[in-house]
Design a protein around this ligand. Sequence first.
Ligand SMILES: [Zn+2]
Length: 188
Amino acid sequence: MFRYFPGYPEGAAFAEKPCYFCGACPALDGELLDFDEAFNDPPPVCLPDFLAGKARMDIPSSIQRTLARNVEARHPDWNEQARETYVQERTEELAHTPPVSWIQPNQWPVCGGDYAQFIGELTRARIEAHAGSVEGGKIFLQTILRQERPEWPGDSWLERYWEYLGDFMRIYQFRCPDGSEVNVLQMM
Ligand SMILES: [Zn+2]
């Protein structure tokens, strides 16, 4: 259904309250969305109203510029107009994709001349299932942390990071068009 979020609704950010516009449940978390009207407290919006354009995912201009640069490097033969149109179309499509439950601003990654596909959040349960045991899960997390945050105090803090995962610390997993994976780590 969604190019950039093929697993929807698993991993989407839902609100606890019903849709502000029609009362339907479940509704997407408005905190992560942009509205035409100004709200002090951005309200929940159901998927049909979201798709009808009552709200959209906020995509920081820095992310759009990253895609523009990525597309330019990848398609030097395209003229400027073609590149701009492509970036606009893909950005519009991402804006109409349900939001991920970011704990910091949207950091949707770009790779292979496109926005990446959201696979899901790397929770303790998912890592544990993948690794086959809690200890294996911690080693898997350690590998990710060494890649993503080489400056952090690593091994002596591993127990703490494991406890933080899914809470103060979130790891969002994305897939690039070439099949490689990108992790986005956020800390509250
Ligand atoms: Zn609604």
